[in-house]
Design a protein around this ligand. Structure first.
Ligand SMILES: Cc1cc2nc3c(=O)[nH]c(=O)nc-3n(C[C@H](O)[C@H](O)[C@H](O)COP(=O)(O)O)c2cc1C
Length: 195
């Protein structure tokens, strides 16, 4: 990837694993290294430390584009809206993303557009979403494919057309960086960063 490609661009990464040195954290660290090498400014946010609570469905964001709950999520929304690309990583827990990742997703509802379209900040500058799911099952790439497609559909609803990523099955922190699936994940990320 050519150096300087991402100059002036931002990538925000979200780690949805409770493990600070788990498979997701290790892959994300390398993802940030790749993007920084291309000139992107990167920030990684730990979703387990964010401490946000679930969407209350008050619908005020439909009028304002902001969340009525003042628990730090509005600041995160601004970071996302000023990012060119975001990365969301989660382990698979009982066939789905982890709890904090689901809460985070629900709290992105202000990006799904206000009723008064002219005032809606929507997704701002964000054009790309990159997804990483890791799981223990060796056959997990097939078994949990629907998790990935659910996220693609959700971001499409928000107006993001380029949402890609993959599931890394059989993940173990000690060997995950040697997995062919992880290599495939980095290929997808590079493709998105270049495009
Ligand atoms: C509560 C819990 C539930 C899990 N459920 C699944 C599962 O349904 N399918 C699966 O393949 N792996 C499952 N796993 C394994 C994790 O998805 C896997 O170890 C993942 O790569 C951990 O990522 P991390 O190292 O970044 O934390 C589960 C792990 C935990 C702790």
């Amino acid at each position: 990837m050519s150096e300087g490609l991402g100059r002036g661009m931002r990538m925000t990464l979200f780690n949805g694993s409770p493990r600070k040195d788990g498979s997701d954290a290790r892959i994300l660290a390398e993802a940030a290294r790749i993007a920084e090498g291309a000139g992107f400014e990167c920030e990684t946010i730990d979703l387990y430390s964010l401490g946000i609570s679930g969407c209350r469905a008050c619908m005020s964001c439909k009028a304002t584009g902001r969340c009525a709950m003042e628990d730090g999520m509005n600041g995160v929304l601004e970071k996302i809206r000023s990012s060119d690309i975001i990365v969301i990583a989660s382990p698979i827990y009982f066939g789905a993303e982890t709890g904090p990742v689901k809460v985070f997703m629900d709290r992105l509802y202000p990006m799904a557009g206000a009723k008064d379209g002219s005032k809606a900040p929507g997704v701002g500058k964000l054009r790309k979403v990159n997804l990483l799911f890791t799981c223990g099952a060796p056959g997990g790439a097939m078994t949990y494919a629907s998790v990935l497609s659910r996220y693609v559909a959700s971001f499409k609803m928000m107006g993001v057309e380029d949402t890609e990523g993959c599931i890394v099955p059989g993940a173990d922190p000690e060997s995950v960086m040697d997995s062919d699936y992880t290599a495939g994940y980095f290929d997808i990320l590079r493709y998105q960063l270049e495009g």
